[in-house]
Ligand binder design. Structure first.
Ligand code: ZN
Length: 247
C-alpha cells in the first residue's frame, strides 16, 4: 500500500457551509489527497456551489444515488417524497457545468488495496452497509483490504477477521482507529452535509496508510445559515429542521 494520508468526504448534499468548514479543516492537516464518495447534491440549497468547490480543488469524486437521480439516471420512485422534492428542485437549478460534472462521475475508485464507492462494492449506487451480514457479503464479493463507503450518513467500521467473522465498531471521534494488516475493513466516515447519527456536526474521515489508522473528525458548522438558504430556496422545511438534530 503506498503511504498516503487521505481525507474521505461524502454526502455533502448541497450544504456549502458544512463543506467549507470541512475543507478548511482538511487544509490544516497535511493531507495528500481528498476523495469524495458521492451525493454531492440533493437536499441542500447550493448544489452548483458545492460542485464548483470540488472542481476547484480537483477532488476525485464518485457518483451517489442523489447525483444520478438529479441527472435522470435513477428513477425518483426510489426516494421518499421530501427527497424527491429536493431532487426536482436541484434539477431545476442545476447549471449545465454542474450537470456535466455529475454525468462524469465514476462509480468506484481503486488505489492498490483501497476501494472507494458510494454505497457498497457489489452495488455502488443503492446498497447500504449497515449490518454484519451485508458487510460480510461485500467482503466476499471482492478482494479489497480497505473499502471506503458513504450513503448511510452514519460513521462506523466493519472488520473482517476471516472465516466468515465480521465485527462492527463505532469510530471514536478524533482518535485513530488502528487498522491491522491481518484484517479487512469497510469504513464509513459519515456525512459532511446531512449527518444522521444523532450528531449534527459535519463528519469526515482521515485514512492514514502509513500509520494504518482511520480517524473520524467532527466539526461544527453554521447550520442556521444552511437552513436559511433552504427556506429561501423553497426546499421542504423538514429537510432543514433535521440538520439541527443530525437525523
Ligand atoms: Zn446521501
Amino acid at each position: 500500500m503506498c503511504q498516503m494520508r487521505y481525507a474521505v468526504i461524502s454526502d455533502i448534499h448541497g450544504n456549502l457551509q458544512a463543506l467549507e468548514v470541512v475543507l478548511h479543516d482538511i487544509s490544516s492537516r497535511g493531507i495528500d489527497a481528498i476523495l469524495c464518495l458521492g451525493d454531492v447534491v440533493g437536499y441542500g440549497p447550493e448544489p452548483n456551489e458545492c460542485i464548483a468547490r470540488l472542481q476547484a480543488e480537483h477532488i476525485l469524486t464518485l457518483a451517489g444515488n442523489h447525483d444520478w437521480a438529479v441527472i435522470g439516471r435513477l428513477d425518483l420512485d426510489y426516494f421518499n417524497p421530501l427527497a424527491r422534492e429536493a431532487i426536482l428542485w436541484t434539477r431545476h437549478v442545476l447549471i449545465p457545468e454542474g450537470r456535466a460534472f455529475l454525468e462524469s462521475l465514476p462509480l468506484q475508485h481503486r488505489v492498490g488495496e483501497i476501494l472507494a464507492v458510494h454505497g457498497s462494492p457489489r452495488n455502488p449506487i443503492h446498497e447500504y452497509v449497515l449490518d454484519g451480514n451485508t458487510a460480510l457479503a461485500n467482503f466476499l464479493f471482492c478482494d479489497f483490504q480497505i473499502c471506503l463507503v458513504g450513503h448511510s450518513h452514519i460513521p462506523g467500521v466493519f472488520t473482517y477477521m476471516g472465516e466468515g467473522r465480521v465485527a462492527s465498531h463505532q469510530l471514536p471521534e478524533a482518535s485513530p482507529f488502528e487498522l491491522s494488516p491481518d484484517h479487512r475493513y469497510i469504513l464509513n466516515g459519515g456525512s459532511v452535509g446531512q449527518p444522521r447519527d444523532g450528531d449534527p456536526r459535519a463528519a469526515y474521515l482521515i485514512l492514514d496508510t502509513a500509520l494504518r489508522s482511520a480517524t473520524l473528525i467532527r466539526l461544527d458548522y453554521p447550520v442556521r445559515e444552511t437552513q436559511q438558504k433552504m427556506l429561501k430556496a423553497g426546499l421542504p422545511w423538514p429537510l432543514a429542521e433535521r440538520l439541527v438534530y443530525g437525523l
